[in-house]
Ligand binder design. Sequence first.
Ligand code: UD1
Length: 442
Amino acid sequence: MYTKDQKDQFVIQGLAGARTLKGSVTINGAKNSALKAMAAAILFDGPVTLENVPDNSDIQTLTTILKKLGASVTRESKPGQTVTIDSTSIDSTHIDDDLAKGMRASVVLTGPMLARYKKVAFPAPGGCVIGARPIDLFLSGYEMMGATVDEHDCVYDISVTSELGGTTITFKKISVGATETLMMAAVLAQGTTVLNNCAREPEIANVAEWLNASGAHISGIGTATLTIVGTGGKLLSAKKSFVTIPDRITAGSFLILGALCAEELTIENCRPDHMESITTLLTESGADIEIKKDSLVIRNSSKPVVYKPITRVQTLEYPGFPTDLQSPLVTFLTQCSGQSTVIETIFEGRFKYVQDLQKMGAQITQHNSHEVMVEGPTALHEVEGSQQLMAHDIRAGFAIVIAALLGKGTFTVNNVHLIDRGYEKLEETLGRLGARVVRVKK
Ligand code: UD1
């Protein structure tokens, strides 16, 4: 189990630019896929089995939320990383306020809950502190399917008198969460739902294919238009386990770490076909990446590589460059020779970590809340006096860990509980590669 002690710190000995880490990391299942499959378990008439479920604190939080609703959730310790969920015992339709506020992904429970129990109450969702995160697409989608939305004291009450009704919804913005949540709601609906302008992330397809194998009728999987023929209230029946796809964001994070800090790093159990945006960028910048069917090897062994800058990269919906790798990429760009520009198009406020890189000596100019310019290469150094480094969200936390490993001196990273949300025992994984990272419990 992971500690959620908010005071945990990492103390990291920097490598002072030496690329000495070596070894392999095995990539866990995608958190953003497993969380949605856990929510989808509510659509089933009995127990479901999920495999390759990572054991990070976001998964633990959703487990607790499901248990508080009355579901039975059990986890088998390794090797299968198997979670079994039986939602037939659910006896509450109020999603725990405090837990849900801390994790935005909990909003995906609302679709299956509404579809099955005809009502759900939940708080305005929280999650990573990465700018404004509205839920208008979810609410208007439910209303179009015939539900009534009532808001009081920051709690939403959503209800529908009979089954949700099929309809056509064209999302005004591409949203991963709204796509998968409305898709799940539509699975049990009366009639056909067409969702236009959908997100196409592989994690959505992962869940959709499993639902289809269990009695759902979703077509257009992997495209921007999903058509769902509802079962009219008939619950799904588990025919096979859900197998979580490898986490492409974790794999991409380690690929960047490997490019900067490793002599040779093998990234096992990943899906390079889900990672083309990052492997292409790094290769163009000069990284030596061997792409195999389900692994990647990055090498710095032959001669020291001076990476080329990336003139302009913008975060986009899949298959574009993922916003979740924006912060590790900026750390990478501090080591490229020349000027790079990064434009964040998905979220507001996702450059908070830049101040921490600046404290370490990185030459980064923030033009506005969506754009930074990075000038490299810069040798990163210890922060002065009582200044502290922070993990601002899951991925930015990883970006700061990479920067600390790169730097010269000793670095203390605070807010490690945010890193724990997405990376299992990161200090141990890095230790096995030869890094000196110690978790300090306060
Ligand atoms: C998911 C991922 C997150 C990733 C993000 C974008 C999970 C648990 N999290 O988050 O790691 O960074 O996709 O790839 O899977 N929006 C609205 N109204 C809504 C919903 C969203 O305007 O009702 C906006 C958001 O503010 C944001 C954009 O849509 O600007 C995309 O957000 P979305 O794709 O929904 O992100 P999440 O599903 O929360």
